[in-house]
Design a binder for this molecule. Structure first.
Ligand SMILES: N[C@@H](CCC(=O)N[C@@H](CS)C(=O)NCC(=O)O)C(=O)O
Length: 233
């Protein structure tokens, strides 16, 4: 059995998809990051970086419990554990890893920062940051469109953890300003993935998760964003 700690964000959605795709039994443990639950001492023992997602695999390596944080590492761990969604051939495997890395180092941080400057930061005074992240987000959509014009899926011709990692971040493509009708390869991939049973299951489970995002206190929001009395610079 796997304990899966998370809430509703794209990094968490990735793990829902992989667990569902692999048919692994799991218990979902909500961590309400909008109520500062990631800062509890129990949670910090699981992830010293104090972020979701985290899994605890009670049948880990050697039959012992094993904890994994960082969504990219969790996807790789589950692929290793099950032998699924990661090719065995070394070149094909590293094709998948490269596109997984594009997601964890590029798509995730850039889309996240764009969302911050689009939805949470005051616009006046932040025009430079907004433009910088919006430009990078749109550049990354162009990259995804180009790649999907060359291969069926991001990591190659087989559906893999690179697709599961990237798909949740692209669900808000309209809010990102990306024009799906002008990106036929992305559209094909997005529609195909949206129709997968595991993706539908993730969306259904997400709908039932209660988060205090809409009712977060100013203090919890400041802590989440590292501002106000929590700013270090
Ligand atoms: N690189 C990490 C990023 C995880 C991450 O940023 N998680 C957010 C989800 S909203 C979080 O826990 N935020 C709470 C915080 O930063 O305090 C991953 O891919 O797992």
């Amino acid at each position: 059995m796997i304990d899966f700690y998370g809430l509703t964000s794209p990094n968490v959605q990735k793990i829902f998809i992989m667990l569902e795709e692999c048919g692994l039994p799991y218990t979902f443990k909500p961590v309400d990051v909008w109520a500062s639950a990631q800062h509890s001492s129990e949670f910090a023992k699981l992830n010293p970086n104090k972020k979701i997602p985290v899994i605890v695999d009670h049948e880990g390596p050697g039959g012992k419990p094993y904890t994994v944080f960082e969504s990219g590492a969790i996807l790789m761990y589950l692929a290793d554990k099950t032998g699924k969604f990661m090719p065995k051939d070394m070149a094909k495997k590293y094709d998948v890893i490269q596109w997984l890395m594009v997601q964890v180092t590029g798509v995730g941080p850039s889309f996240g920062n764009f969302t911050h400057f689009n939805m949470f930061a005051p616009k006046p005074g932040n025009e430079y940051s907004f433009s910088r992240y919006k430009t990078e987000v749109l550049r990354l959509y162009e990259l995804i469109e180009q790649r999907l014009g060359q291969t069926k899926y991001l990591g190659g011709n087989e559906y893999s953890i690179a697709d599961m990692a990237t798909f949740p971040w692209t669900r808000q493509h309209t809010a990102h300003g990306a024009k799906i009708d002008q990106m036929p390869n992305f559209k094909r991939w997005f529609e195909e993935l949206s129709a997968r049973a595991a993706v539908k299951a993730m969306i259904a489970k997400q709908a039932d998760i209660k988060s205090s995002r809409e009712s977060a206190t100013d203090d919890n929001k400041d802590r989440f964003f590292g501002r106000g009395k929590y700013a270090r610079a």
